[in-house]
Ligand binder design. Sequence first.
Ligand code: PMV
Length: 321
Amino acid sequence: MKATAVARSNIALAKYWGKRDVPGNVPATPSLSVTLAGLSTRTTVAFDERGTDDVFVLGGVEVTGEPRARVIAVLDEVRRLAGVAHRARVDSANDFPTASGLASSASGFAALVHAAAAAAGVELSLAATSRMARRASASAARSVRGGFVSLGTGQDEADDPAAEVVAPETHWDLSVVVAAVTLDPKGTSSTTGMRHCRDTSPYYSAWLADAPKVFAEVRRAVLARDLEALGVAAEASALRMHACMMASAPALLYFQAATMTLLSEVRALRARGVGAWATIDAGPHVKVLVARADEARVAAALAPHAARVIVAHPGPGVELA
Ligand code: PMV
């Protein structure tokens, strides 16, 4: 009863920020992301009838507390479907900095659900895999699928949405230049940040009202392979999300000084005629959308201001290794 799965991280071009007031971790905004080859998690799950407790090892270090509890919640759901009570050992490794806003929970939970189901002999469709991943981390629902992927808010899907492929990874040879500002773990988790925004930001309702429009623009631009339209809409989605966070009380500020420097650098590149647009998640890192032909030039321009630069491309959904 052992299986290994690999899943890639994803970057939201239209952001999910906020949860609906229904059970099951359902987003309040529709999101659209690109799954990224080059930022992956490999997870092995082994169920053992002689095991006495669930063990979660990440990057060779045993993890306890809240992160382990979230892993156990997934294992419990799989055990219930399989009708087994065996404890499990979960061994996971990222090939990029963990919990730094490079979306390790997305690839992590997508790989975990897929490996755990396979290890327990539970047949799950990709939609069912995506729904189970969503309950653990909504962005993980998107990493189950490859290419350009959307996740709805569920109103007309029995409040249990699964991610859907908008276009496969072969649709568009886009590059995402990830400029990691620091390799330290992030400060405020997305769940805590979303709750704080909902409870205290005067811009939260404006964010919710605007997000579906930006989502539609992002979707249109992806289908048309229009980099400028995508860049403008993706930057708007990220900056409006951060405006909502910054308006919270006390302010939720994920930006660091280097974040602003990188944003200025992206603007300077554009002023010089290079098509480059930025997006930023719940962390200080800047991810830049560019045409494949410009990726080396943009990576070189960002490198002096970043702790690490990773160039990523559209990649496949979760798979068994
Ligand atoms: O699914 P979570 O809890 O990792 O939240 C993801 C939130 C953002 O990364 C900021 C946006 C997104 O859509 O991925």
